[in-house]
Design a protein around this ligand. Structure first.
Ligand SMILES: Nc1ncnc2c1ncn2[C@H]1C[C@H](O)[C@@H](COP(=O)(O)OP(=O)(O)O)O1
Ligand SMILES: [Mg+2]
Length: 203
């Protein structure tokens, strides 16, 4: 592996910024909590799903390929997501005190690649809700979200993939002692109290 000057400058810029992974099933409430963290702490919120959907909306060739993958409820290629996150982080490097990386890593390998190319997370926020709760919320969100993956068939696939691929991510970082679980069965503001406690504890 080689490092260019650009990479060195990048790591220098973000080395003091906190990196928080926000992990939880589809519809668990990651986006909802991240918005509140942005408002209270001024962190930069980067949702891998939103970045990908923006690429789809641009109508680019890459966007068309991504659309097909996401509609099936599958994971898009690792390098694609990581490049997008990195570009978005660079764009905010001068102003950002911290980054909320929402919906990434989806699998252990993605976490490892992120650390190699970008840096180490100081916290993994585990937004936990029951499967049935997530399905209910997604079906409701699907009424207005316009998201092509908020339909019953795709939701089931996304949940299966979450349990299979993403739960091991939580176990992986538990080994490092940086996981804080919040109970997202509770009302939004109650969940946010738990989120705040976890963030306030960061040095
Ligand atoms: N604690 C909570 N109680 C009730 N509804 C919640 C909730 N957190 C989120 N929601 C709602 C808002 C959305 O319509 C839906 C999914 O939330 P989201 O933040 O978009 O989830 P995610 O980003 O994890 O997919 O559930
Ligand atoms: Mg989301």
């Amino acid at each position: 592996m080689t490092f260019g000057l650009f990479d060195i400058l990048f790591s220098d810029k973000i080395k003091d910024a906190k990196i928080i992974f926000v992990v939880g099933g589809p519809g668990s409430g990651k986006g909802t909590q991240c918005e509140k963290v942005v408002a209270k702490y001024g962190y930069t919120h980067l949702s891998s799903g939103d970045l990908l959907r923006a690429e789809v909306a641009s109508g680019s060739e890459r966007g068309k390929q991504l659309q097909a993958i996401m509609q099936k409820g599958e994971l898009v290629p690792l390098d694609t997501v990581l490049d997008m996150i990195k570009d978005a982080m660079i764009a905010k490097a001068d102003v950002s005190k911290g980054y909320l990386i929402d919906g990434y890593p989806r699998e252990v390998k993605q976490g490892e690649e992120f650390e190699k190319k970008i840096g180490k997370p100081c916290l993994l926020l585990y937004v936990d809700a029951k499967g049935e709760t997530m399905v209910k919320r997604l079906m409701k969100r699907g009424e207005t979200s316009g998201r092509s993956d908020d339909n019953e068939e795709t939701i089931k696939k996304r949940l299966d993939l979450y349990y299979k691929a993403t739960e091991p991510v939580i176990a992986f970082y538990e080994g490092r002692g940086i996981v804080r679980k919040v109970d997202s069965e509770l009302p939004v503001d109650e969940v946010f109290k738990q989120v705040s406690t976890a963030i306030d504890a960061l040095k």
